[in-house]
Design a protein around this ligand. Structure first.
Ligand code: 13P
Length: 209
């Protein structure tokens, strides 16, 4: 895909997330890997109204080389790209239910989104909680790097989800799946749940990676 087509795709998918309430105001940021760097949504931009030509461009080392000033969360995105060589895109949202789980004191920090349905296992995998840090704090990148690329997605405590995928569409779909599963978990709270068991999870991993 050409860079121009990727810019259009980024704006189209971000608008779709915004239109369906997965992000509000200027919350959230999305990036995609290029051969020689990255595209990332500009800081304080609304995902619903991006101008493809003004999307920020970074070189391989993360230097800002084009478009508007990049998202302050660029550290988080780069930590995923550096530790997960197959990651082609990263989506960070403040989507309501995943963020709710990131605020609950009894969310299991090793496994925030237990295997309730097959698709969350297939698209997202096990999701750990990363301790709270201020938005835009470069230490957030270090906390994600310390996970050594073992997880496609994490929840940032009291903040929201960040999800990687092999390409933009996959990362967006995974972020949506994570949010919808979080919604089920919050909706079903207090009720007796039947999770998928270990052999069902293993079967999904073997079939879908
Ligand atoms: P930016 O506007 O800098 O991308 O930050 C938004 C956000 O979601 C912070 O976590």
């Amino acid at each position: 895909m050409t860079e121009a087509a990727l810019r259009d795709d980024l704006a189209r998918l971000c608008k779709s997330l915004f239109d369906r309430g997965f992000s509000v105001g200027s919350a959230g940021n999305v990036s995609v890997r290029l051969d020689d760097g990255y595209l990332i949504t500009p800081t304080n931009s609304c995902l619903g109204f991006l101008d493809p030509a003004r999307i920020s461009r970074l070189d391989r080392d993360g230097n800002h080389v084009g478009g508007d000033k990049p998202s302050k969360e660029v550290f988080l995105h780069r930590a995923f790209y550096e530790t997960r060589p197959a990651a082609g895109a990263v989506v960070h949202l403040h989507s309501t239910y995943a963020t709710a789980l990131s605020c609950l004191a009894d969310t299991d920090p090793e496994d925030c989104i237990p295997p309730l349905t097959p698709y969350v296992v297939m698209r997202v995998g096990r999701v750990p909680l990363v301790p709270y840090f201020r938005p835009g704090d470069a230490r957030g990148g270090e906390l994600i790097r310390a996970l050594d690329g073992r997880h496609a997605a994490v929840l940032l405590a009291n903040h929201g989800p960040i999800v990687s995928g092999k390409d933009l569409t996959s990362a967006v779909y995974a972020a949506e799946e994570l949010e919808e599963t979080a919604r089920l978990l919050v909706t079903l709270r207090g009720q007796k749940l039947r999770m998928l068991d270990e052999s069902q999870v293993a079967e999904l991993r073997a079939a879908f990676g």
